[in-house]
Design a protein around this ligand. Sequence first.
Ligand code: ZN
Length: 424
Amino acid sequence: MNKTMIVGARIWDAGGSAAFDGDVLIEGNRVRAVSRVPGQIGQSGSQVIDGKGMTLMPGLVEGHAHLSFEGVTATEDLIAPPPEEHTLLTARVAKVLLDHGFTSAYGASAAKARLDVAVRNEVDAGRLPGPRIRAASLEITVTGGLGDESKTHNPRVGASLIADGPEEMRKAVRLSCRDGCDNIKLDVSGDPFYPSTPAHSTPMSFEEIRMAVDTAHSFGRKVNAHTRSIESIQNCLRAGVDVLYHCEYTDEKTLDMLEEARDRIFVAPTVSLFHTMLHEASPWVTPETARAMGIDRLLDASRKTHTELRKRGIRHVIGGDFGFAWSKQGTNARDIGFFIDYYGYSPADALRCATRNGGLQMTMGSTEKLGEIKEGFLADLLLVDGDPIADVSILLNPDRLAVIMKDGQIYKNTTAVAQRRAAA
Ligand SMILES: [Zn+2]
């Protein structure tokens, strides 16, 4: 079996304790041993990587991945590309994420039915570079909801499935499962991009959500939901949705309900998209436009809600809505810094959201273990040139990712380069 030893690195295992010096043995696709005493594990038969002066940590997990979004400025960018080109685009994005240290991507939604599925299958077969992928479905919405841009006089094929009533919902979810999707995406609340269904509105009914969840779970799939409004969050929790996205608007009762479900659910605040719209002027969205859309109020609500949810022990995951022109794929690790700035996370706890929580999200419902450096865990590892706890922003620079290992396989190894820098 393929054996790799990483020796002499500072190990941050994401388990909650401080980093320590030690060695790690990887056998096949798993961490076989972790030693806190350097030199104790035998090296025979192993490829040895010298990690001196560097930090070994678990690979990053994008908890709300849109692998089929790249430089999006309007819904048309999701609809117009033919499936052939769009599949190549999706494969490109998968590689970009892995190049930036994301060894896992939990798909939020896909722009066409099988983009995530096809790329996941190629990556899993070892024919394309990319992270572990849980493939997302198209967004499922209701007539007039987020993602339905048709008008009575102008029916339009969108980047979503439209389902009205439980029976149509059952069919939409079954179609997505038949297509091979791992995660079913529901657009439950409205959104500031859609004037007729603002963020605090809730067009999808409880009965529709519950049917979607029951159907997806009967196939062994998971459900993630776009939930900005109070009613959408409460209905999704009651219906058994697995992953909640955004969750800006809450009240005391909603916070209590989220806390009650904290060992079952995962929550991604998806802060980057709105932060960049409001604070980083781009040719596409100015801060004035963002304020006119109410993005400043949404961000304020997000800060309040997710600071409180952090204190209540919610399993936050990073990522969210990267793939827009002003929130680019590859910069996904910016969310770690935003978790510190917006929600009061310590650097180590923000990094745990990006690793441990993401690993739990990727493997929920299975017996696999991912997201920490411990015996028996799947070997998705980064050897970082520097200390990411002291400065989380170094994770944004691929040159500082000296080793990227996924599933025990070395995808990248530039330790010689990194150590030359250390010596210089
Ligand atoms: Zn999204």
